[in-house]
Ligand binder design. Structure first.
Ligand SMILES: [Ca+2]
Ligand SMILES: [Ca+2]
Ligand SMILES: [Ca+2]
Ligand SMILES: [Ca+2]
Length: 219
């Protein structure tokens, strides 16, 4: 539905990398936010832009653009995206995504750029290699004196990162065994203590990781 190309983001970073069509369909803006009926129901999140749409009328249009909110973000900046509450305000959802160079967190509803980590995307051959997953609250920030915000796992070639908005650079990272960078993680409370653990499978190891990035199991 969303036409691709360098200035029309659609969840991919280039036309060759067919494995990275990570758009998210979610109700992230209201009609009042947009001033348009295109934001009735769900919108399409594709990297730096949000599309509003009305399928019955065959209409689709960009209703938020991070490049307009923050001109330092390249126009058409695009790549795999995740959506969740990352700023501790459940009245809006934030977008986490990465383009061919940088990782971003932004709020379409508040029209704010919240986080940017430059030059973090590693390449696999000629292609940027990355994946976003999951967004969950797997580490208790209060033990470090912070408000307990959710985290987001960002994976790029041979490295796994955790970000949250309490940390200006990163919460933690570790070297992985996956040159493609497109393996995914998931989160689940495996030991039933009320705090989720992260499961990550690289090319060699299955890791179960607690939120402090202390590996609790490997096979
Ligand atoms: Ca909506
Ligand atoms: Ca929020
Ligand atoms: Ca947390
Ligand atoms: Ca647990």
């Amino acid at each position: 539905m969303v036409g691709g190309g360098s200035l029309a983001p659609f969840g991919k970073v280039d036309l060759l990398n067919t494995e990275e069509a990570d758009i998210v369909v979610v109700d992230i803006l209201s009609e009042a936010d947009c001033g348009s009926s295109l934001c009735q129901g769900k919108e399409i999140v594709a990297g730096s832009v949000i599309y509003g749409l009305d399928i019955s009328l065959g209409m689709i249009s960009v209703v938020r653009n991070l490049n307009v909110i923050d001109p330092a973000v390249p126009a058409g900046s695009d790549g795999p995206a995740g959506v969740g509450d990352l700023d501790g305000d459940p009245s809006d959802l934030e977008v986490a995504y990465a383009d061919t160079a940088n990782f971003y967190i932004w709020s379409p509803k508040k029209q704010q750029s919240l986080f940017r980590r430059n030059g973090i995307v590693a390449f696999s051959g000629a292609l940027p290699a990355h994946a976003i997953s999951p967004i969950a609250n797997y580490y208790d920030d209060t033990q470090d004196g912070f408000t307990n915000l959710s985290e987001v796992v960002f994976i790029t070639a041979n490295t796994v990162y955790s970000f949250n908005l309490n940390h200006p650079l990163e919460q933690w990272s570790f070297a992985s065994t996956d040159a493609s960078g497109i393996t995914r993680a998931s989160a689940y409370d495996l030991d039933n203590d009320g705090v989720m653990e992260i499961l990550y499978r690289g090319e060699l190891n299955l890791r179960i990781i607690n939120g402090k990035c202390e590996s609790t199991g490997e096979s």
